[in-house]
Design a protein around this ligand. Structure first.
Ligand code: NAD
Length: 486
């Protein structure tokens, strides 16, 4: 079978692969514009591959200027003629329908997500897809209650939202964007990341099945230049972007001086902080989850660990022991902890940072696990003897690479944790509630988890400070950027 993984590791658990027989995928995908599948006027297609096997899954259309123009026109027409005229209650019904259909097809969505992105099936099945459905349910509930959500402010929709998403949580990032946009009464042109277009295209099928009026959601695929065409389009009223800080800056420059509203969800370099009074086993499990979950392809990954000096030796030993038991391999296997790196390009970035870490004088540790021969893989990696100024402690790696430092006092760790250009998230591990409250008020991060990590809920806002972006997604805060007020 083409998609079979070449196991070269010494697995001591029987393989438990999720079946792929039930999914329906086309070999070639066109663009979803005005409620129909249309061939790209550009005439171009590109391959989307399975990063665990390097085999092609499907060809996907590459939208050019004429295609982006057609998608924005369809969204504007749908806004002017249908969606802006519909009551909140009616909009809510459609969003509920989409939520229910995602739930119904959750297994198919999860398998497609794992095949296309390399993330382990356990995560796409238990986190990405259920949370995506939960966001649609949550925002469906707000559609007819905007006046109550923002009392005395007369909320009004904006128009056409251009939405651009990354490859690390493909379907979840789409839900974070489409659900509040529709609930607030806007129409959408969405572009998924070029390496993970398939769940977006599956969602287009769900949108058709839900009977959403034509043009309310349009999905165009392509590379960064397609995204740039969307951002620059004169009929776009709002840009919602999740991706790297570098691209976020380019987008902000290109919309400067226009009336376009924006939300930027950008990179991160989160600090996880373990105090000597923390429940250490729980903390170690949280650190492992925080950095190795989703191969470290997480904007809020706890990629810097600060351990209080008195417990450093024991924490390091426990971390290394736990790393030895992690399974790296087939994303479709339910036992796997760490799946495939999303692309060759991202694997090269991670390997470059591992080289940089060594050259900077840090000490590297990787467990003995073997990795499959074909596909893109990176062993969980840990660096000790790291200095604050090291690039591995300052720059986003976006892979399973942890940089550990120590501290003695609370003030010292706050200064160290805040010493990066980013401010997306942080974690605090301690037995003392007072320490948690002290740190949450002083850490410059949009989200601070206490004695847990990577927990998400549709009712809770998420977003960053500093170079991690502006605006929030999730909760009522995530509705507000899709509205204007008198
Ligand atoms: P990326 O910036 O390379 O690409 C993101 C999206 O932008 C893709 O769809 C891409 O095609 C598109 N794009 C690229 N150039 C563009 C341009 N000039 N104009 C418009 N669109 C353009 O990021 P990535 O590598 O896909 O994702 C990883 C990054 O995303 C990391 O930095 C991560 O921290 C960040 N991220 C942030 C959050 C958050 O909520 N803050 C969530 C997930 C990922």
């Amino acid at each position: 079978m083409k998609n079979k993984i070449d196991y070269s590791s010494d697995w001591n658990l029987d393989p438990a692969p999720e079946s792929t027989g039930h999914i329906k995928l086309k070999t070639k995908y066109n663009l979803f514009i005005g409620g129909k599948w249309v061939k790209p006027k550009s005439g171009k297609y590109f391959a989307t591959i399975n990063p665990a096997t390097e085999h092609k899954i499907a060809d996907v259309a590459e939208a050019g200027q004429a295609d982006v123009d057609a998608a924005v026109k369809a969204a504007k027409t749908a806004y002017d003629t249908v969606w802006s005229k519909l009551s909140g209650k009616e909009r809510g019904k459609y969003i509920y329908r989409i939520a229910r259909l995602i739930q119904e097809k959750a297994r198919e969505f999860s398998v497609i997500e794992s095949l296309d992105s390399g993330k382990v099936i356990r995560e796409s099945r238990d986190i990405d897809i259920p949370l995506a459905a939960a966001h649609f349910f949550y925002y469906a509930g707000w559609a007819d209650k905007l006046e109550y959500a923002f009392p005395n402010r007369q909320p009004k929709s904006l128009g056409v939202a251009a939405q651009i998403t990354p490859w690390n949580f493909p379907m979840l990032m789409i839900a974070w964007k489409i659900a509040p946009a529709l609930a607030a009464g806007n129409t959408v042109v969405l572009k998924p990341a070029e390496t993970t277009s398939l769940t977006a295209l599956k969602l287009a099928e769900v949108i058709q099945e839900a009977g959403l009026p034509d043009g309310v959601v349009n999905i165009v695929t392509g590379y960064g230049k397609t995204g740039a065409m969307m951002v620059e389009h004169k009929d776009v009223d709002k840009v919602a972007f999740t991706g790297s800080t570098g691209v976020g800056k380019i987008i902000m420059k290109s919309i400067a001086g226009t009336n376009k509203k924006s939300t930027m969800e950008l990179g991160g370099k989160a600090a996880n902080i373990i105090f000597e009074d923390a429940p250490l086993d729980q903390a170690v499990e949280g650190i492992i989850n925080g950095i190795y979950f989703n191969q470290g392809h997480v904007c809020c990954a706890g990629s810097r660990l600060f351990v209080q000096e008195s417990v450093y030796d024991v924490v390091l030993r426990k971390l290394k022991d736990r790393m030895e038991s992690l399974y790296v391999g087939d994303p479709m296997d339910k036992n796997t902890d760490i799946g495939a790196i999303n692309s060759k390009k991202q694997l090269d970035v991670i390997n470059d940072y591992i080289k940089i870490g060594k050259a900077e004088g840090a000490d590297i540790y990787q467990p003995k696990c073997k990795i499959p021969k074909k596909g893109f893989w990176c062993k969980p990696t840990l660096f000790t003897n790291v200095a604050q100024s090291n690039r591995i402690a300052q720059e986003e790696i976006f892979g399973p690479v942890l940089a550990i430092q120590t501290f003695r006092t609370v003030d010292e760790v706050i200064t160290k944790a805040n010493n990066t250009p980013y401010g997306l998230s942080a974690g605090v591990w301690t037995d003392k509630g007072s320490k948690v409250f002290n740190l949450t008020s002083q850490l410059k991060a949009g989200v601070v988890w206490a004695n847990t990590y990577n927990k998400f809920d549709p009712t809770s806002p998420f977003g960053g400070y500093k170079e991690s972006g502006h605006g929030r997604e999730g909760g009522l805060h995530g509705l507000e950027p899709y509205l204007k007020f008198d």
